[in-house]
Design a protein around this ligand. Structure first.
Ligand SMILES: [Zn+2]
Length: 376
């Protein structure tokens, strides 16, 4: 078992650079999808693509890869997303002498989530080259994760046999993993008043912005309790300075580890806005959308135990934590797949300061390989 470091670091970095140079914005993942399909086929996987792209108005679907196992054991799923946030076109991975990898400064790097992609490809490459015994492996490359996991919401589960998953999509040192994430509820409240000339006949108008403002002022924002946060992040309304505004649209989100609490909070917000609107003679229309559901993977579950063992083999400290962010794992968990989200060599994501390091890329590739070849 002392045959460590089968991962070839130059190759991981080179693969990562290649991936970064492929433009892959949400809904525009075609080139990335084609490249990854080609790579998976080269690595001996059976590959298919679903219709998610068509449904979402994108140009690429979720991609599924399957590799028969030479070890006994249930299949394991490795999931990453193919899309990157903007600014995302013309990305380049610049490697510093200190091993820090950044973009040229005008785009994101895309380590979120291409570091995870490069780790999976390297692990599969080593397995093939060294002819290593491994479990049945499934990979899932999703589209449109960065727009509230829309690709994952359309996964065709008939193509997946795995009941356990590792989602490589978390910030933090390799060895960190999230086992618990909240439910996300988005809401839109449309307040309708009545337009009138602001100078000639203000008393004929019903001020939608003022009614909405009263509602916003009365809703408790921020951290509601240890499980729940509420935010109103967008408002939009009015047409001109000389018109009493007829419409005001308020948008926000609720996050909670408890589905019930998120529902209660939503009802509460609706009640507050309705009463504020009524006091002005305005009306409201509320729409909500649950973008992801909460999950909590038990810490004694084999998927966690295996991760801890793989960390130990790689001399990494394993840390399991709660996260208040969402990922594709929120969706997998709703379909009978138990997983954790593991840190995959990405830092300061969603900014042009995003970076990874040569060392971390090697670590996540090596950890991924261990997860694929460990026997239970
Ligand atoms: Zn991500």
């Amino acid at each position: 078992m002392e045959e460590r470091n089968m991962v070839r670091v130059e190759r991981v970095v080179e693969e990562f650079q290649t991936l970064v140079e492929i433009d892959s914005p949400s809904f525009g993942e075609r080139e990335m999808g084609d490249y990854l399909t080609k790579r998976l086929v080269e690595l001996g996987l059976e590959v298919s693509e679903d219709e998610a792209g068509k449904v979402l108005g994108g140009n690429c679907g979720n991609i599924y890869g399957k590799l028969e196992g030479s070890l006994k054991g249930a299949p394991l799923l490795f999931c990453v997303h193919m899309d990157t946030v903007e600014p995302a076109s013309g990305k380049k991975a610049v490697i510093g002498e200190d091993g820090v990898i950044q973009s040229a400064g005008d785009t994101v790097l895309g380590a979120d989530d291409l570091s995870g992609v490069s780790a999976i490809l390297e692990a599969l490459q080593v397995i093939k080259e060294e002819n290593l015994p491994h479990r049945p492996i499934e990979v899932l490359f999703t589209v449109a994760e960065e727009v509230y996991c829309r690709g994952a919401a359309l996964v065709d589960y008939t193509r997946l046999k795995a009941k356990e998953a590792y989602v490589l999509d978390l910030t933090g040192p390799v060895g960190l993993a999230a086992y618990k994430a909240p439910t996300f509820l988005f809401f839109k409240i449309e307040v309708t008043g009545k337009a009138a000339h602001a100078g000639f006949a203000p008393e004929k108008g019903i001020h939608a912005i003022a009614a909405a403002a009263e509602g916003i002022g009365k809703v408790k924002l921020g951290r509601i309790d240890e499980d729940t946060t509420v935010n109103i992040g967008l408002i939009e309304g009015g047409l001109a300075t000389n018109i009493v505004p007829e419409k005001c649209i308020v948008k926000g989100e609720i996050r909670s580890y408890s589905m019930e609490k998120s529902n209660i909070e939503m009802l509460n917000i609706e009640k507050i806005f309705r009463s504020a609107a009524n006091s002005y003679g305005a009306e409201i229309e509320v729409s909500t959308e649950r973008m992801a559901s909460a999950y909590e993977t038990p810490l004694e579950h084999p998927v966690v135990k295996r991760f801890e063992k793989a960390c130990e083999e790689n001399k990494l400290t394993s840390v399991l934590e709660e996260t208040f962010g969402g990922s594709d794992n929120n969706h997998l968990s709703q379909h009978g797949i138990t997983g954790i989200v593991i840190a995959s060599a990405m830092n300061q994501c969603h900014s042009t300061k995003e970076f990874t390091t040569v060392e971390e890329l090697e670590k996540i590739a090596s950890l991924t390989l261990s997860l694929m070849i460990l026997t239970d």
